[in-house]
Design a protein around this ligand. Structure first.
Ligand code: ABU
Length: 853
């Protein structure tokens, strides 16, 4: 009995205690409230694997609490969405159209939640997402009944910007899946980096296959790359990054941090890269993720510490390596989502009671109860296992972010960022592959392409020798100016040619002057001086030779046979004036300036540095360069063409008065040929400084050396061969080039030739007439009989006309012999310019007349 009195009260106390705190106590909760659950158990984010056990655990815990929803037991119907919007929507409809009505729906995975939340408003249904990060969901107009315990992905962006600034990166690239969740994250990132003075230089997005997007990143020299995609796509991206070598010491990748730790080791048939290859490509990448486990060891409002929760979850999952379980990081959010729902429904039931309503009265038509649930959710605040749970006006969670880096295949914490307080806690444990912070872009170093010194000095050396040779020629020309061979070759013109060649040779020194010798600001002066020197040098050198052949042509063709020496000088002066006029106008209106031509970037040799060389080539340029060159070259080309024509005409002429005209003609040929070859080739190889300098220099050298050589070497040889000759006074010869005696003879012959030409023309006219008649007769002969023909022939023989024809024939023969005499006389004059054309003119006529006579 005594034993009974001791045991009974204790037993009763035990029973009371057991009933109030044991899980069996929910047996007192006789009414049930139905909620729905949509869990992605596979697909892009298979977070349901860890979140569903966490939700079931939370439901049990809520139902075990007598102080929350004391009359109601929460029951959840759920299904798998595979993180596919279509399937997720189907699951929603199944939940909606199966009894009892669901007061709320839990959902995960942004792409499913977007569809579910958009549709749920039509059924006055509140949706609470435990695993949806899409910033697009923070839109009250579009999703009026949506809440989430998962922070928005925009939470990562301030953290990313903070890190960019920390490492001094101002140029970044992005690559993202075209899913709305990632597009909206990228849009938010755009705004934030812009505000921080950082530029997104490359943006790549892709629908299913990231191959081209990754290639494009590589091509556009992306260095700091933010990747926004689900983990299955991340494997594809990094497989391609591995193939494109878009990783290593030059690159830094920023990825989403909520992938499971071993995400890249998962077997994936959609890629042909091994886990090791992915690990190699991923080494050193950064991740950012929200801190979603309460960091404190205190007991939370849900009756346990975060650590207790983890232990219980691990037991429920029955998995030693929890990093392999999809959705493990989000499990606290799922657990807290159930508690948030319970707290809100609890508050709603109290408010509804005031209106004589109950939660059981909820149906999809009853907006009042939905409004109550919505407002209760809005004001729900508690400390959960994921930290402080509260909802902003957009229904978002606020949380810290943690930054991690993959070092030797495992994620290491680098720090935390509190965006609200703008406080970055950095542990300084980051590691860089190359031992230093990667650059956000390739450092481009300008590299001026200059003429190779060996080439420049050798060409200048030859040009210098040419100038010395020119001086020797000038001295020789002056010393022997009284000698017949010099005196009859226009010594002053020879000197001008020589000076012109020397000026052209001097130009080689200017053409090769580039940034190696001349500072930038003086390069324009070099251009202008070079243009003047080359133009004047050419005009003096070539123009004087041209003037000489022109003079010879005048002497041999024109009626006025007396030419003064100064006329040559006038011709040269006119050319020079032309040059000066064009160059002056060019100089004043549109002077030559330094212009850089850029070439594709090149890799430097013998350096490990992350730099590229930008080859540059200096050019002389003016705005209307083509016009000026067109004018200058146009008139010089006319001179060249005319010069070569005159040279051809005078190829066999040898005048005593201008004894070197054939050598001058050869010099002109040479200049023309060199110009014709050099001009187009230098246009083609203008980008190759060495080749074009060598070509121009060689052309100038060849022209100058050959012109001076042709002009002076024969004279030097002649003078050397004849030794010391008697000096002759040539003053009279230089004054008047053609003697009176020769002139008169020449004029006589010309007049006689003209007269003969007229007579021949008369005779030919008559021959034509007779020929016509003969043809007429021959025709008639065919018609007549043989006798008639003989008769007609006889008549013809006796006819007076025949006598006339015979007379014509005799006249023609007389003229003809006179003409032959003239030709013979002309032949006697050696290399007289007319014989060739006149012979061509006369000979056929003589030949034609012979058969007739
Ligand atoms: N932390 C998982 C988020 C998944 C999603 O937004 O779809």
């Amino acid at each position: 009995m005594k034993l009974l009195t001791v045991i009974l009260p204790n037993l009763l106390l035990f029973i009371i205690l057991f009933v109030s705190i044991s899980p069996l106590s929910n047996g007192f909760k006789e009414k049930t409230l139905a909620v729905g659950g949509i869990f992605p158990m596979s697909g892009s984010w298979a977070g349901g694997n860890a979140c569903l056990p966490a939700v079931l655990m939370a439901l049990e815990d809520v139902n075990n609490r007598t102080d929350i929803l004391s009359e109601y037991k929460l029951e959840m119907s759920y299904d798998d969405s595979q993180c596919m919007p279509g399937l997720g929507t189907k699951v929603l409809y199944n939940l909606l159209y199966s009894k009892p009505p669901k007061l709320m729906v839990l959902s995960g995975c942004s792409i499913v939640s977007t569809f579910v939340a958009q549709a749920a408003k039509m059924w006055n249904l509140v949706v609470l997402a435990y695993g949806a990060s899409s910033p697009a969901l923070s839109n009250r107009q579009r999703f009026p009944t949506f809440f989430r315990t998962h922070p928005s992905a925009t939470l990562h962006n301030p953290t990313r910007v903070k890190i960019f600034k920390r490492f001094g990166w101002t140029k970044i690239a992005t690559i993202q899946d075209t899913q709305e969740v990632f597009q909206s994250t990228k849009e938010d990132l755009d705004k934030r980096v812009k505000a921080a003075g950082i530029h997104i230089t490359v943006t790549q997005s892709f629908l299913t296959d990231p191959i081209n997007a990754v290639r494009s990143l590589k091509r556009q020299d992306a260095r700091i790359i933010v990747g926004l995609f689900y983990e299955d796509v991340a494997r594809k991206v990094f497989c391609q990054a591995y193939k494109e070598k878009l990783y290593g010491k030059k690159y830094v990748w920023f990825l989403i941090g909520w992938y499971p730790d071993n995400w890249y080791k998962q077997k994936d048939d959609s890629i042909n890269c091994t886990g090791e290859q992915l690990a190699e490509a991923l080494e050193g990448h950064f991740t950012t993720e929200a801190v979603i486990l309460h960091q404190d060891s205190s007991i939370t409002d849900v009756g346990m510490t975060a650590k207790n929760f983890t232990t219980r979850l691990n037991e429920a999952l029955n998995e030693t390596d929890t990093s392999k379980v999809r959705g493990y990081p989000e499990a606290p959010l799922a657990y807290d989502a159930v508690w948030a729902m319970a707290f809100a429904l609890n508050k709603t039931s109290i408010r509804l009671a005031e209106k004589n309503l109950t939660l059981e009265d909820f149906d999809y038509m009853n907006k009042d109860i939905t409004d109550e649930i919505y407002s209760a959710m809005n004001s729900t605040k508690f400390l959960g296992v994921s930290g402080n749970v509260a909802f902003s006006s957009q229904g978002d969670r606020i949380a810290w972010t943690q930054i991690e880096q993959m070092i030797n295949g495992t994620y290491h914490k680098l720090g935390y960022y509190d965006a609200v307080a703008d406080n970055l806690t950095w542990f300084g444990k980051e590691k860089w592959k190359g031992g230093k912070i990667p650059q956000d872009k390739t450092v481009v170093v300008n590299s001026l392409r200059v003429v190779s010194p060996a080439l420049y000095y050798s060409m200048c050396g030859v040009a210098f020798l040419g100038i010395i040779a020119g001086i020797i020629c000038l001295v020789f020309n002056h010393l022997h100016r009284q000698r017949r061979i010099i005196a009859y070759s226009q010594p002053l013109v020879n000197s001008i040619t020589c000076i012109g060649c020397m000026i052209c040779l001097l130009c080689i020194f200017m053409v090769g002057l580039d940034g190696k010798f001349v500072p930038k600001h003086q390069y324009s002066t070099v251009c202008q001086v070079g243009a003047w020197i080359l133009s004047i040098g050419f005009t003096l050198g070539y123009g004087s030779m041209f003037a000489k052949v022109w003079m010879v042509h005048q002497l041999t063709t024109a009626r006025k046979k007396e030419r003064k020496e100064w006329e040559i000088h006038v011709v040269i002066a006119v050319f020079l004036l032309f040059d000066v006029a064009i160059l002056t106008v060019w100089q004043i209106m549109d002077p030559l300036q330094r212009k850089l031509q850029f070439f594709p970037l090149e890799n430097p040799i013998n350096t490990e540095d992350d730099i590229k060389l930008l080859p540059q080539l200096e050019h002389c340029h003016s705005e209307h360069l083509s016009v000026w060159l067109g004018v200058l070259f146009g008139y010089k080309s006319i001179l060249l063409i005319f010069g070569i024509f005159l040279s051809y005409e005078l190829r066999s002429v040898k005048l005593k008065q201008v004894n070197d005209s054939r050598f001058v003609a050869m010099g002109i040929y040479n200049v023309v040929v060199m110009c014709v070859i050099t001009a187009p080739i230098t246009l083609i190889i203008g980008n190759q400084q060495d080749a074009s300098f060598a070509f121009i220099s060689l052309a100038i050298i060849l022209c100058s050396f050959l012109s001076m050589g042709l002009l002076f070497v024969p004279k030097m040889v002649e003078i050397k061969r004849n030794g010391v000759q008697q000096e002759q006074d040539n003053s009279g010869l230089t004054d008047s080039l053609v003697s009176r005696e020769e002139e008169e003879r020449h004029q006589r012959l010309l007049a006689e030739n003209e007269q003969l030409k007229k007579q021949i023309a008369d005779v030919e006219e008559r021959i034509k007439d007779v020929n016509g008649k003969l043809q007429e007769r021959a025709r008639q002969r065919v018609l007549l009989s043989k006798e008639q023909k003989i008769q007609v022939q006889a008549e013809l023989n006796e006819s007076p006309r025949h006598n006339t024809d015979n007379k014509s024939c005799a006249e023609f023969n007389r003229l003809n012999s006179k003409k032959i005499r003239f030709c013979e006389e002309v032949e006697e004059v050696p290399n007289y310019p007319y014989p060739s054309p006149d012979r061509r003119q006369l000979s056929p006529r003589i030949t034609r007349s012979e058969p007739f006579c």
